[in-house]
Design a protein around this ligand. Sequence first.
Ligand code: CP3
Length: 336
Amino acid sequence: MSKLLKCLIHKDYSCVPIWFMRQAGRYLPEFRQLRSQNKNFLELCFKSDLAAEITLQPMKRFNLDAAIIFSDILVIPHALGQQVEFRKINGPWCPKFNINKLIDIKDKDFLLTLEPVYQAIKKTKDMLKKDKALIAFVGAPWTLIVYLYNLKEQRNLNNKVIISNRKEIQIVIEKLEEFLKLHILYQKKSGAEVIQIFDSWAGLIEEKDLNDYCFKPNRNLVNFCKEINIPVICFPRGLKNNYKKFVDEVKPSAINIDQEIDPRWVKKHLNDVCIQGGMDPEILLQDEKIVLNETEKYLEIFKNNPYIFNLGHGILPTTNPNVIKKIVDKVNLITK
Ligand code: CP3
């Protein structure tokens, strides 16, 4: 059994599996090379041979315990008939959100569009060493809504997002949940062994809406994963002290913490759950000594906890790949 599954299923804290969010990405020259030959990012996600190859790129360089399938949370809006654009400056968004298209889409058409993702999972699984785990993922409904309605444009960084059309949002959340479950199921059928749910913009939700927009949809997806028997890691980024409420309400197999939250507070307040991540990706841009000290800090704090080493968000494109190697070797040296 892979270290990741030992940790997630048996809560075995004698081993510390390690993987990174965005471990396949622009900080790797071999990724940039393939990317430069494929200008359209979504098209690249749908070329299953290349997606499998990119997924395995970091596995060849580093002694990581898990591969995460190269895809994107925005393949879902795309498969639901929405136009998705990736812009250099403003980031991704859906310029013409059309709720009717979303409501009309048929399961078989949705699955047909996403077939290359399932093929990529199968191909990766065939090539992946047996002691490594394969992670697949989805974006949580709220985070997809942020891109569907282009809500990021409307906030100035600390502002919460106020939703006026609550009825419509509720319909969209429920529709998304239905299709996300289908995507989770087909990713599992294709060979994925763990699901991560990214709620990257959970921190923008007003306190009074947390239950409807964050806890409830995440809980429904987590319960679905439990039904089909696949461990699930949740990442409700930016929740601050509400991380505790999230864990109590949603009960995922593991929770990814971000860098805003003090790991000592986490150790004290989040019980009965496996912890993942936490270290600030910006630290990786600093001196090697600082990076390794911070790595040790997280290992020390969570030494008597089921803990999966990762960061508080994805690897930044300006990160030196050698730093990743140093961290992986350090974690593997001082843990099992
Ligand atoms: O982690 C991995 O290695 C697996 C691949 C992966 C990607 N996106 C590839 C990608 C995963 C897990 C994601 C998830 C994702 N996508 C999230 C949740 C995690 C997070 O970062 O909060 C979100 C919010 C998205 C939406 C998205 N896709 C954004 C905001 C961007 C642009 C910002 C950026 O970092 O470039 C993307 C594009 C994207 N997705 C890239 C990659 C490797 C960069 C594409 C490029 O080469 O230009």
